[in-house]
Design a protein around this ligand. Sequence first.
Ligand code: PXL
Length: 269
Amino acid sequence: MDKKILTIQDLSCVGQCSLTVVLPILSAYGLETCVLPTAVLSNHTMFKTWSYLDLSDEVDNIYANWKENGFKFDAFLLGYLGKAGLMDAAERAFDEFSNDGRLIIIDPVFADNGKLYGGFDEAYVKGMAHLIRRADIILPNFTEACFLTGMEYKTSYTREYVEEVLAKLSLLTSATAVVTGVELEGKIGEAIKRGDKISYVMGEKLPKSSHGTGDIFAAVFTAEYLGGKSLEEAADKASVFVQDCLKATPAEHFYGVVFEKILNAQRKA
Ligand code: PXL
């Protein structure tokens, strides 16, 4: 039977991130994609201003009806929750709505480039460091991996430093860690730790980055991995997808990437 996935993250109405990118990507890969919206924002928080409707209070109502209707999911992809209180709700979803053999992928989504996103604090980081114990795979970027482990964020570091961070992540969770945005020897990519095995998937470092690319990486990685690719293959496909998005995005399109073009090109190929 086809896989049914629940993705838990916010709906930013404008800005090409979270649900507006993850939902079309997972669907295009043929996954039946269900959503638990954690918040509705006018736009993402990299714009000058934004409105924020926290949906925490609606979760009980949604879960009661899911229970009544007998819904279960084969996989979970968790992203931007916004409020630490929603971490309990996420755990309840794992406990109450899982099919046998389900996969839990957690992208912590609270920081980048050495800084917390607007609205997040140390308590959120601590909560996420606890929540990831429930994951099978975690997808932190290098900044988030440093925050989660209490390691210093550096812009220049060695392979040894990356592996120290990976080792500290293993103290928090037995999940496979796929740490994105790792920069080594002029390249950028993922450092992957599964049990004692560490591997790297490194690619071209482009002279720009953009908002929403972490969410796009998570969606493509999840779809490829659920489709049977290895961790490394899925990470490579997701990185190349993100690079293609960045290359296709004009400079004046500052708030996200034109992932629609790449998804559409993939459909026609
Ligand atoms: O792309 C991550 C993300 C998701 N959702 C919201 C955000 C961000 C990053 O800042 O602001 C609302």
